[in-house]
Design a protein around this ligand. Structure first.
Ligand code: CU
Length: 619
């Protein structure tokens, strides 16, 4: 029986009103605990492999409508997918061997997803509508229904010339050619390719337009790491929801549902490689899991349970967004956190397990995610409607066979990166970006970036003051919306320090296109924003470095975040400092929150990288 974490009968028994609420919660949970789909009955599908060297580096990927069955007991769903599949093919490339992809847009309407804003955040029983299938009384949004198949493909994590990076406004209609050249002059890593169209990435990715891309190199082979099936398993994790017919049966039609209080879609069913709650048969051996959170908005905190007890010690993390870490690290004690677009390269040891043993992966992260912890020992009780987490199930492993294959884990992995030297950081260009939520009348809030520049006495208007001990820096806003003037012109080869200042209540996974970066610090802050301090373009705030007494987050940097990252979680009440150095390509790129509903609603900005010798000519 799942009780909401904070709802225990003993706590409420002496208060009749609270008891009432408690009974309602239990009734609601009772309704929810029997999922409308049986978990762990479908086998984990593996995406088809498209190995670039077998095609002389010349690939054609058709982008088209298709049918996909998300669960044994669901009717087939209409989807849009690369090669018409969910997920798209797993593209495998070799470091130093360029790949050309003809992305052939053969999409056809109608758009396969029903998009709706439910009129109420909860149903008559008080269950949040986002935990429930169906449209919950919402009307299908007609503009979304009218989408006919414009797309552009971004290879997330790729070091790519700007012309092939998938700029969100350089869009291809069905039938228009798109041939993109990928140099692949980059470290081995798990990347992913997905649609990136301005304003509708949340719909196109949800409809199925995403796939994994692995860059390989001999250095990894020399370490003896598993490559390919059966011991290397790609896992693309997403959340999805489905419509209901008039009898209340699931129809399989994809539903993207938000509500008046939550503008992100947090769907109740977790889908791995396109199946709801699948099961993978594993040998008693060491497996390498290449994990991506490809959800629109949901953050996962993944824990591994055997017989109800956590078994996280079976997992060793060897890599992150841009490939191998210097040394293997354990996953954090309360589970592996992955926000949208974050990746993890994991070795999992099943070698001591008898045939028939089962291990289950559960998610304990509340949605929307705000950095709050959840004790791993309670993972079995993580289901919580208020946290928009009706079903914590993710995936099950079932041990079959007897042949034990245990691989030793190398103690050193790579030595090709280190933190930039203090002198390089001391002279680095510093940039500051505030993350704010601008409340709009009669429509969902805008989550936006405010690029800040140090204010002079001549600059009028509101100020953002950052107080660090006795020192105060005053900033003013120089850019607020995506289409505002570009203000960031990083010079190739030079380190920069970017400060991401979160003035919202949620965690935002901030993604920079092009080169990877390293996290330098998470500084706890407290802040005050005066009434009307967040205008359409303005921002007034007083930010003080130091912990708010009511703040329960530890603002620590996890060991697995100390590698080369391209997406970093910025929690509430903190400033994240990253060091980034763009190295190779000059051009116009973007950085943004990777919660797709945020990026589509203005939480995205451009930057222009430039070779030093061209800088004198920039006006
Ligand atoms: Cu965001």
């Amino acid at each position: 029986m799942f009780f909401p974490a904070e709802a225990s009968p003993s706590k409420r028994a002496d208060d009749p009103l609270a008891l009432d609420t408690f009974v309602c919660e239990v009734v609601a949970m009772m309704r929810m605990v029997t999922p409308p789909l049986a978990p762990f009955v479908d086998r984990l599908p593996l995406p088809s492999r498209l190995i670039a060297t077998e095609h002389d580096g010349q690939l054609t990927v058709r982008i088209r409508a298709g049918e996909h069955r998300f669960h044994r007991d669901l009717p087939a769903s209409s989807i849009w997918g690369f090669e018409g599949t969910v997920p798209g093919p797993l593209i495998e490339a070799e470091r130093g061997q360029p790949v050309t992809v003809e992305w052939r847009n053969e999409l056809e309407g109608p758009f396969p997803v029903s998009d709706t804003v439910a009129p109420q955040p909860t149903d008559a029983d008080g269950v949040p509508v986002q935990c429930l299938p169906g449209l919950s009384g919402g009307e299908p949004e007609r503009h979304t229904a009218g989408l006919t198949g414009h797309t552009v493909v971004h290879l997330h994590g790729g070091l790519i010339p700007a012309s092939y990076d998938g700029w969100a406004e350089n869009i291809f209609a069905p039938g228009q050619p798109a041939v993109f050249h990928y140099p692949m002059d980059q470290r081995a890593a798990l990347l992913w390719y997905h649609d990136h169209v301005m304003g509708i990435t949340k719909f196109d990715v949800y409809a199925g337009l995403a796939g994994l891309w692995i860059v390989r190199e001999d250095r990894e082979r020399d370490l003896g790491l598993p490559e390919g099936p059966p011991f290397e398993v790609p896992l693309l994790i997403q959340d999805r929801n489905f419509d209901l017919d008039e009898q209340g049966r699931l129809t399989g039609r994809l539903v993207h549902k938000t509500d008046p209080e939550v503008m992100e879609a947090f769907a109740p069913f977790t889908v791995v490689n396109g199946k709801v709650w699948p099961v993978l048969d594993v040998q008693p051996a060491t497996y390498r899991l290449r994990v991506l959170n490809g959800s629109n908005a949901r953050t996962y905190r993944l824990v591994l349970l055997g017989d109800g007890a956590p078994e996280l010690e079976r997992i060793t993390q060897i890599g992150t967004d841009h490939g191998l870490l210097r040394t293997p690290v354990p996953v954090p004690a309360d589970g592996l956190l992955l926000a949208s677009a974050e990746r993890a390269d994991l070795l999992v040891d099943f070698s001591d397990l008898a045939p028939g043993s089962e291990l289950t992966v559960l998610n304990t992260a509340a949605a929307p995610f705000d950095g709050s912890s959840f004790p791993v020992a309670d993972a079995e009780n993580a289901a919580d409607l208020e946290s928009l987490l009706p079903y914590p199930q993710v995936l099950r492993f079932r041990v079959v066979g007897e042949a034990k294959v245990r691989r030793p884990i190398p103690r050193e992995l790579v030595a090709d990166y280190e933190l930039p030297a203090a002198e390089a950081l001391a002279r680095a260009r510093r940039r500051a970006i505030a993350l704010v939520e601008h409340e709009c009348e009669d429509e969902p809030s805008m989550l936006t970036m405010r690029e800040l520049a140090v204010a002079t006495d001549a600059d009028g208007g509101p100020r953002v003051s950052v107080i660090d001990g006795g020192e105060t820096t005053r900033y003013h806003v120089v850019a607020a919306h995506f289409e505002d003037m570009t203000t960031f012109f990083p010079m190739l080869g030079e380190y920069e320090v970017w400060q991401l200042i979160n003035l919202t209540g949620d965690t935002h996974p901030i993604h920079l296109h092009l080169d990877p970066f390293q996290i330098l610090a998470r500084h706890p802050i407290r802040y005050e924003i005066p009434e009307d301090g967040i205008g359409d373009r303005d921002l007034a705030a007083t930010i003080t470095l130091g912990r708010d007494p009511d703040d329960e987050l530890d603002h620590a940097i996890d060991e697995n975040e100390r590698g080369l990252k391209d997406t970093i979680r910025v929690n509430p009440n903190e400033i994240v400092e990253i060091a980034v150095r763009f190295t190779t390509f000059s051009g116009r790129y973007m950085y943004h929150c990777h919660i797709l509903e945020h990026e589509d609603r203005d939480m995205m900005r451009p930057f222009v990288t430039m070779a030093p010798e061209l800088m004198p000519f920039m006006a």
